[in-house]
Design a binder for this molecule. Structure first.
Ligand SMILES: [Zn+2]
Length: 266
């Protein structure tokens, strides 16, 4: 049996199991990256596919909030149904030119996490670690970020050079966590309360990085560990569900209602 067939069988089983159990409408944080028409479909989500997912959320009556709102209303908000937090990592310029207008059309808000070494008026792709896949992509400028913040979107930090902080020594990790907060606050003029760990998987954060976030003044940290939110979640290690550029509406719905979590456990 080849890999594709195995995967198709797992999807069919997860789909059936999902139909058998009650629909899971728990609060969930979704993570997107670049949204633009581009030949590399593994990195950039087509705008039409993105809008189809946003339209689905709107049609299903989902409300959106920002990480900042989550922190303010924690822990009561963890029990809220049909609410999603939309987050966008890495700071591609299309987040302002394509994503924000679509979100505004549907009355939705979001949190955008940027690696500050990549922010500049040249909009050139940074040479920062881990962002090589965006070689030919424009990045957000400080002007863009100011406009997005003024429109009510939250701007959060994604380290300075897009490094996995848990793989750095303590001094470098502290700088990668504290510096982007200071830069964003100085340039945008408002408090920055959320941090998203670059890569976000189990080896991207650690027990010793959590106090560094608190020490820098953040109130929330986001991982890519997947799964819904609950009052048991640690605000400094919030799970997020990654939406891949190639996810069609069917898979998006599976990720939204928890069937995809089930599939990963099969
Ligand atoms: Zn990233």
């Amino acid at each position: 049996m080849n890999v594709r067939t195995k995967l198709a069988i797992r999807y069919a089983i997860a789909g059936s199991l999902g139909r058998l159990r009650r629909r899971n409408e728990s609060l969930r944080i979704l993570t997107f990256h670049s949204v633009q028409a581009h030949p590399n479909a593994m990195v950039h989500m087509p705008p039409e596919a993105f809008e189809e997912q946003i339209r689905y959320l709107a049609e299903q009556g989902y409300a959106t909030c920002r990480i900042r709102d989550l922190v303010e209303a924690w822990p009561a908000i963890a029990d809220r149904k049909r609410t999603v937090v939309l987050t966008f990592d890495d700071g591609c310029a299309n987040n302002r030119t394509i994503v924000c207008p679509i979100l505004e059309r549907y009355g939705m808000t979001a949190t955008f996490f940027v690696a500050t070494a990549g922010v500049g008026e040249s909009r050139q792709a940074p040479s920062a670690e881990g962002l090589a896949e965006y070689r030919d992509t424009e990045f957000l400028s400080w002007t863009d970020l100011r406009e997005m913040a003024a429109a009510g979107f939250e701007i959060g930090a994604h380290s300075h050079r897009h490094v996995m902080v848990a793989r750095q020594d303590r001094a470098r990790a502290r700088e990668e966590i504290a510096l982007p907060k200071k830069l964003l606050e100085d340039r945008l003029g408002g408090p920055v309360c959320s941090f998203a760990y670059p890569k976000g998987h189990a080896d991207a954060f650690a027990d010793w990085t959590r106090p560094l976030l608190a020490e820098a003044g953040y109130r929330a940290g986001c991982t890519m560990m997947g799964g819904p939110l609950s009052t048991r979640c640690d605000l400094y290690e919030l799970p997020r569900t990654g939406i891949h550029p190639t996810d069609d509406l069917k898979r998006f719905r599976m990720k939204l209602d928890g069937r995809y979590d089930l599939l990963r456990r099969l």
